[in-house]
Design a protein around this ligand. Structure first.
Ligand SMILES: NC(=O)c1ccc[n+]([C@@H]2O[C@H](COP(=O)([O-])OP(=O)(O)OC[C@H]3O[C@@H](n4cnc5c(N)ncnc54)[C@H](O)[C@@H]3O)[C@@H](O)[C@H]2O)c1
Length: 256
């Protein structure tokens, strides 16, 4: 299988899109470290995969905390002998107009989404360089990285920041055979109890801008991540692929 013998760290891999990524990589042979804030949920996800003969284990971490990230990566490397794939998926949303946003909200969103991406990419990148066998870094952004959305100022800024960050990562780590890419989900219905379900009004308005006329599924996103982590994407780096049903192609509602 594609990922036989490979070790992958999936941040936020316990639930939602991250759980689908964990499953996709494990089903294709990877040993997956579920690096999540929620240890219990991660343990349940790992247990479900282990029951199917797949390999996964939870490594609790808050990705915004440098010391925790360092010790999580150390512990994955000690447990499995190395790391080949990092998926930066952990992220939090927000709903607040800029003029009303508390600085604490701005800082928390940036800390988890952007600083977390930097901390994990740096810690895992160092290990990959030390190992000398290349590696793959795939970060989950959002259509919001390029399509501004009201009430999501910090979120949009964090995702746009990741996009430019992975381009620099691609430039700096290419010499070590490490690629860095991003996947941008459109509206994705995960059924995760952690996330407030989207309202019918929001869903209806959003889908009017989606040529394929349906929300994404976690598997839609996970398959693109697996592609970018696979040998089929050996020569792709510094890129973003939007898995959004065509949403970011343009404004569907603007017609002649
Ligand atoms: N669902 C969507 O419509 C959508 C659309 C575009 C982009 N995204 C992005 O996809 C990613 C996953 O989103 P989701 O919808 O599955 O969210 P989710 O809330 O269902 O899952 C996020 C996971 O990340 C974990 N997490 C949160 N903060 C963490 C932290 N500080 N440290 C470690 N783990 C942490 C959570 O425990 C959870 O398991 C996020 O980066 C999100 O911004 C989601």
């Amino acid at each position: 299988m594609e990922f036989d013998g490979k070790v992958a760290i999936v941040t936020g891999g316990a639930s939602g899109i991250g759980e689908a990524i964990t499953t996709e990589l494990a089903e294709n042979g990877a040993t997956v470290a579920i690096a999540d804030l929620l240890e219990d949920v991660g343990r349940e996800t790992a247990r479900g995969l282990e029951a199917r003969g797949l390999k996964a284990k939870v490594f609790p971490v808050d990705v915004s905390d440098a010391a925790q990230v360092e010790s999580m990566v150390k512990s994955v490397v000690e447990t499995y002998g190395g790391v080949d794939i990092l998926v930066n998926n952990a992220g939090i949303g927000q709903r607040c107009a800029i003029l009303e946003m508390a600085v604490e909200e701005w800082e928390r969103v940036l800390a988890v989404n952007l600083r977390g991406n930097f901390l994990c990419s740096q810690a895992v990148g160092k290990e990959m360089v030390k190992q000398g066998r290349g590696g793959r870094i795939v970060s989950i952004v959002s259509t919001a990285a390029e399509n501004a959305r009201v009430n999501a100022g910090a979120y949009c800024a964090s995702k746009a920041g990741i996009l430019q960050f992975i381009r620099v990562l691609a430039q700096e780590l290419g010499q070590y055979g490490i690629t860095a890419n991003a996947v941008g989900p459109g509206l994705t219905v995960t059924g995760s109890p952690l996330r407030e379900p989207v309202s019918e009004t929001y869903l209806g308005a959003f889908l009017k801008e989606v040529p394929l006329a349906r929300p994404g599924s976690p598997k839609d996103i996970a398959q693109v991540v697996a592609f970018l982590a696979s040998s089929k994407a050996d020569y792709i780096s510094g890129q973003v692929i939007y898995a959004d049903g065509g949403y970011s192609a343009g404004k569907l509602s603007v017609r002649d």
